[in-house]
Ligand binder design. Sequence first.
Ligand code: ATP
Ligand code: MG
Length: 356
Amino acid sequence: MAQIIFKDVVKKFGAVTAVAGVNLEVRDGEFLIMVGPSGCGKTTTLNMLSGLETPTSGDILIGETVVNDLEPGERGLGMVFQDLALFPHMSVYENIAFGLRVKKVPERELDRAVRRAAEAMHIAHLLAKLPRQCSGGEAQRVALARTIVTDPAVFLMDEPLSSLDAKLRVDMRTELKRLHERLRATFVYVTHDQAEAMTMADRIVVMNRGHVEQVGAPLEIYGRPATAFVAGFFGTPTMNFLAGEITVHKGGLVFRSANVEQALPASVPASLAGRKVVFGVRAEHVLLGTTGMRGQVDMLQPLGDSTLAFFNFGGDGALVASVEPSTRLAPGENIGFSFDAERGHLFDAEEGRRLN
Ligand SMILES: Nc1ncnc2c1ncn2[C@@H]1O[C@H](COP(=O)(O)OP(=O)(O)OP(=O)(O)O)[C@@H](O)[C@H]1O
Ligand SMILES: [Mg+2]
């Protein structure tokens, strides 16, 4: 049973609070990805789970056991670090075998396990090489094989793909997801890359300044971000945000800012009238046409499958819309715009909490 629980876990380094009271349940066998900006406490959280750091307060449980005082080696975890930490003077074979040699596993059994792990990671042809003779992606797979071979119930990975080039990173996402499906072990994975989190995770934990902002399935996080921070963190381009107020007009709710007036759907609670809010809308839900509010095209960014149209409106307003690549637009052009209001997000102006 490899369920993991964090209970009110705090970690302070002197005056710095790296982790500020995390409560989290990692389900047995799930691929959980912790994501957030640099310095938000991801590595510290993972290190407390692995035993490299001790919580200042709170408890961490693996299965039924509180592991706060257990040594890293007693926790039944396998770790893959950002820098891979392969032994440079040992062959790929010996690197993979290392954990089993430490455990004094008999030679025949060890050999079988090393070859099986190497085959699973498609590196059986590299066993005689040294790490420096491997490409970045190959070395990455050696590091994974070295962890797989010890058959941990829980894999902990801290930005394991960060040293790879863009293409290889994307390929490795698929490999890691396959690996998880095959092993059915619990994966706890740290990254600051939202795309990596979206594509691999069963559930995502979004962290910000030592707090958990939201835990949810990738599409839930993208479609119903619980806070403005989460909304802004996920999605390319970044979600459009407009600061304003909710007012009542002809019996319905309207979002109003200096330059924008947008009727809100009936699903928005009437109790929000008068509230200062931030209206968030993704580029794909900004609609351009001949009617609506007026703006002026500033810049176009063709992405191939779509084009981003950046435009200005009403003085200092700026928005980005995602349009069909065949759409004819030119910088300076006057356009009409509106929002798919059903897909708009309302956040409290001060705390950033979702309101709709
Ligand atoms: N050993 C330490 N001593 C003092 N402060 C630390 C220590 N380790 C981490 N911190 C601080 O704790 C906070 C969280 O650090 P952490 O390494 O967990 O962030 P992270 O989310 O992993 O960031 P990154 O994406 O850059 O790896 C940071 O402000 C960091 O400076
Ligand atoms: Mg880190």
